[in-house]
Design a protein around this ligand. Sequence first.
Ligand SMILES: CC(=O)N[C@H]1[C@@H](OP(=O)(O)OP(=O)(O)OC[C@H]2O[C@@H](n3ccc(=O)[nH]c3=O)[C@H](O)[C@@H]2O)O[C@H](CO)[C@@H](O)[C@@H]1O[C@H](C)C(=O)N[C@@H](C)C(=O)N[C@H](CCC(=O)O)C(=O)O
Ligand SMILES: Nc1ncnc2c1ncn2[C@@H]1O[C@H](COP(=O)(O)OP(=O)(O)OP(=O)(O)O)[C@@H](O)[C@H]1O
Length: 515
Amino acid sequence: MSLSIQEIKNILREHDLLKSINQVSDHNFDYVSYDSRDIKPNTLFFGKGNFKPEFVTKAKDAGATGIVCEKHLSESNGMNEILVTNIQKAMSLISAAFFNYPQDDLFIIAFTGTKGKTTSSYFTRDAIEKATSDRTALFSTINTVVGNKPDQTFKSHLTTPESLDVFKNMRAAVDNGMKYLIMEVSSQAYLKNRVYGLKYNVGNFLNISPDHIGENEHPTFANYLHCKEQLLVNSHTCILNADSDHLVDIYYAAKTTTDPENIYLFGKKGTTPQIEVDLDFVYESISDSLTNNDIQLNSVSEKAKKLGLDGNYRIGIPGDYNESNATASIISAGLAGFKRGDMIDGLASARIPGRMEIFKSKNHGNVHVDYAHNYASMNALLGFLKRQDPNGKVIVVVGSPGNKGIDRRKGFGKALTQNADVAFLTTDDPAYEDPMKIAKEIDNHIDHDKVDVHFEMDREKAIKDAINFGKTGDIIVVAGKGRDPYQKINGVDTPYPTDSVIVEDYLEDLNSNDK
Ligand SMILES: CC(=O)N[C@H]1[C@@H](OP(=O)(O)OP(=O)(O)OC[C@H]2O[C@@H](n3ccc(=O)[nH]c3=O)[C@H](O)[C@@H]2O)O[C@H](CO)[C@@H](O)[C@@H]1O[C@H](C)C(=O)N[C@@H](C)C(=O)N[C@H](CCC(=O)O)C(=O)O
Ligand SMILES: Nc1ncnc2c1ncn2[C@@H]1O[C@H](COP(=O)(O)OP(=O)(O)OP(=O)(O)O)[C@@H](O)[C@H]1O
C-alpha cells in the first residue's frame, strides 16, 4: 500500500478540505497512523482529537515523514505538513484511498439504532454465513471478524472504529477472501466522521430513543437523530422499522438520497405506523418463549414479494424485541440475494455473546445475563421476562456508567420501579466517578414502596448476593455488561471476569452443593 502527496492533494481539493501543503519532499507514504506509538518508516501521521504536540515529535523521531492536521505546529518542521479544515473527514478519505477502496469489493449491510445493532448484525451474519461459504466479515461492538483464521477475529474497542481502522480492517477482510461485511454504525461514528465518504449497499434503521446525549457524546437529541440518519443518506437501499419513533423524520432522511422504490418498511402485524406510506413487510409473532421466538414474515408490496422471503422463521434467542431485529436481518439478507431457505438454520441457531444468556439454578431461580443498559432496553427486557413468568420475583443487578449517559440513571430507576421487586445497585464502568454516588442517583428515581433496594459496589459480590436472594421461580437479571471483560475505572480498563463467567461459575458451585 502506498499513497503520493499528489493523490492526497487531489482528494482533499475535490472535497474542499485542503487549507495548505508545506511539501518538503516528493515521495509516497508507505504507512498511515493516528498513534505515535505505531509508526513505521515513511508514515503519514494524523494529528486528531486530543492529541498533544509531543506525539508529533515522537512520530517524527520514529520515522513519520508527513503529518495531516488542522493547525501548524512547530514540532512538524521538517515533515511534509498537510493542513486541512477537518481532520476526521480528511483521515477517512485518505485512509480509504491508502487502503485502495476495499469497500468496492464488499457487499456491505449496515445497522444503526439505539438498540439492537449488535443483535441484528450477529443475526444477519449467522443467517447467511453458510450460504456465503464463510465469507462474511463482521464489525461489531463485541468482535471484529476479518477472516476465518483464529487471529482474524479480535475484540473491538469501539462499536464503529476510527476511519483508518475501518478501511484497514476492510482491506484485511477483502484480502482474506471475504465478500460480505455486516457492520454496526454508531451515531458517534457520524459525529466524529469515522465513516465519512463510505456508502453501504443496505442500511438499516432499527429504532431511536433518547441515549448518548451529554458531555463527549451528542449535545441534543436532534443531533443524535441527525447523526443516526446519516446512515440512510449513505445507503443505496434502506430498511426502516416502521414501528420506530420519529418515523416521518427518518423516512424523509432516507428519501433525500434514495428512491422510495429502494426503501423497504417493515412493521409488526397490528401496529399502525405514523406515516402514510404502505408497508413492504409485516411480521407476526407466532410464539415467544424463554428459549426462542417464532415469527411469520409476509411481504405486502410487489417489490417485497420479489425477494421470496415469506414464511416462518425461528430466532435462536429469546426476547420479543428480537423479532424486529431478526426481521431487519432477514430483509437485509434478502436484498443481498439470499432466500429464506439459505437462512432459516443459521437464524435458528444464532447466539450473541452476553445477550439473553440464561443460566439455570436448582433452587435460586433462573439467571439472565443481558447487555440491557438504558431505559428502553431494560424496560423491554424486564417487561418480556415478567410476561413469561408473572409469578416470580424480579431481582435485578445493575449499575450505571460514570461520566457518560447520565440520563440512564433516571431511566434505570424508572424501569426498576415499573418492573422489578428487588434491586442490587452496583458498579458498571464508573470511569472517574464514585460508583456509590452513581448508585444513589439511580436510587433517587426508585419508588421504595415497590422495590427493595440493596447497595453492593463489588459487582461480583452483588451478583452472588442476588442469586442467593432468589428462590425457585424467581427471575434474576444481571444487566449491563454481558461478556464485557473490563470495568473502566479511572481511565484504566481493569480486567473483570465477565458477568456470564461469574454467574456460570457460581451456579456450578451452588448446583453441585444444592440437593
Ligand atoms: C469522543 C470520541 O469519539 N473519542 C474517541 C477518539 O478520541 P480522541 O480522538 O480524542 O483520541 P484520544 O484517545 O483522546 O487521543 C488523541 C490522539 O492522540 C493519539 N495518541 C495518544 C497517545 C500517544 O502516546 N500517542 C498518540 O499519538 C491517539 O491515537 C489519538 O489519535 O478516538 C479514540 C481512538 O483514537 C477513541 O478511543 C475515543 O473514543 C472514546 C474512548 C469513546 O469511548 N467513545 C465512545 C463515546 C464511542 O465512540 N462510542 C460509540 C458507541 C456509542 C453507541 O453505543 O451508540 C462507538 O462507536 O464505539
Ligand atoms: N430492538 C430492541 N428494542 C429494545 N431493546 C432491545 C432491542 N434489541 C436489543 N435490545 C436490548 O438491548 C440490549 C443491547 O442490545 P444490542 O447489543 O443488540 O444493542 P446495540 O444497539 O448494539 O447496543 P449498544 O449501542 O448499547 O452497544 C440487549 O441486550 C437487549 O436487552
